[in-house]
Design a protein. Structure first.
Length: 414
């Protein structure tokens, strides 16, 4: 049996393609079993999942990442470990048990019931949620009005099935970790988990941790939302951010201000994407595959962009018309021109493959990517251009609309 790859020192992500060394992923668990025809839309899934198959596909994915030299950090393990730190446990419970969601009485009763639960059990509650029936098994009687109005199978605490997509709730830009103020309520607790990990887990408070954690309070963020799928580290100097269904202009400016203030990049490029679910994030329509190339969903074409920089201590943004997008991106990547890779498909096939994440590729190294097997035409086209494509059987994993890039949060590329 192959042992784990040797632990690489440091942390940080300075581009999209340097060899992937350390990455956070989430193995799907009980939270997926809370997805039903009635709840799936609220939880942002297009279908219900076959958990056993999803787990084995995810295990394949993690095994592939390990084989390729990455240290794979499991979110559940990290959270279980951090729950042993008293301040982290208190913070995570505070975040989960919101009086404005549960009501004051239930929040107080749940806190008492969960406070001393073993970490391995508590982590399941935090990720998979809890029903009235399960609460009763923990000895909590539904005393509050809110709980008494619910049935035994009803959820008191919602599950977080989208933890599978670790890309979105936080991101690393250089040695700065930014926690995302998420667009949808269904995903907001995910960010609280990541914030506590970055601030409290020994792995991240030590020398391999971030130099700075940017974490706007979601309640204060208002319309200023950002999701990691919209953020791409083009080079040491430049980050691209999609203005999308999820990331707003306010959010992008806020992120830019934080990154420029931390001195981690010189420039943030905001790209005005169409606002629709099929293109929910920038990485849903385009991803970087090597030093000069991005795969792109053809119908996206070029869109208007805005370059945000700091000049004389002031933030400035400069607008560029759509037909300059590729030049703006090339400059961000530090290359003379950008190679845009679009599979030669009729509009129907192109739309179908893109819906199944054909453009959501995870680069393991320059010119070497992981893709879903079902994106056959796009994968063949990439290969014909010399890109190495490692295929993953991910039909269950993709049911929430996310591909290999969405399922990873790189912590170290080197
Ligand atoms: N970066 C990504 O595109 N992530 C996929 C997120 C899918 C998730 N079900 C969502 O709607 O937020």
């Amino acid at each position: 049996m192959m042992g784990p790859p040797p632990r690489a020192a440091g942390s940080g992500v300075r581009d999209e393609i340097s060899p992937l060394r350390r990455v956070i992923v989430h193995r799907p668990g009980l939270e997926m079993e809370r997805l039903t025809p009635d709840t799936r839309e609220r939880f942002l899934f297009d279908e219900v999942l076959w958990l056993d198959r999803a787990r084995s596909q995810h295990e394949e994915f993690s095994a592939l990442l390990r084989r390729e030299g990455a240290e794979v950090l499991e979110l559940t393990d990290l959270l279980t470990e951090v729950l042993d730190v008293p301040e982290a446990r208190a913070e995570l419970l505070d975040g989960a048990l919101d009086e404005w969601v549960l009501g004051s009485i239930a929040a107080q009763d749940l806190r008492e019931a969960l406070a001393d639960l073993p970490s391995a059990q508590l982590v399941t509650v935090l990720i998979a949620g809890i029903t009235i029936g399960e609460l009763q098994q923990l000895g909590v009687q539904p005393r509050s009005i809110v709980l008494q109005r619910l049935g035994e199978q009803d959820l008191v605490l919602d599950p977080l099935p989208n933890h599978l997509f670790t890309r979105d709730s936080s991101m690393w830009v250089g040695d700065v970790a930014a926690v995302s103020p998420m667009r949808h309520t269904a995903r907001r607790r995910e960010s609280l988990h990541l914030e506590t990990l970055y601030r409290r887990h020994p792995l991240f408070t030590g020398p391999d941790g971030p130099r700075r954690v940017l974490a706007p309070e979601t309640s204060k963020a208002g319309v200023g939302t950002v999701e990691g799928g919209d953020v791409m580290v083009l080079s040491e100097s430049t980050v691209a951010v999609g203005l999308s269904e999820r990331t707003t202009a306010v959010g992008a400016e806020h992120l830019a201000a934080g990154l420029l203030d931390a001195g981690v990049v010189d420039r943030v490029i905001a790209l005005a994407l169409p606002q629709r679910r099929s293109m929910m994030h920038l990485d849903t329509v385009t991803t970087v595959v090597d030093e000069e190339s991005m795969v792109r969903y053809g119908p996206l074409g070029q869109v208007e962009s805005y370059v945000i920089e700091k000049v004389g201590g002031r933030l400035l943004s400069r607008a560029h018309p759509a037909d300059e997008m590729d030049q703006v991106l090339a400059r961000g990547m530090g290359v003379p021109s950008l190679r845009v890779i679009t599979a030669p498909l009729d509009p129907y096939s192109a739309a179908r493959e893109q819906w199944d994440d054909s453009c959501n590729l995870l680069a393991l190294a320059p010119g070497k990517v992981v893709a879903y097997e079902r994106a056959a035409a796009t994968n063949d086209h990439l290969r014909s251009l010399g890109i190495e494509v490692l295929e993953l059987d991910g039909d269950e994993l993709g049911r929430g609309r996310g591909g290999p890039r969405c399922m990873t949060c790189p912590v170290l590329r080197a």
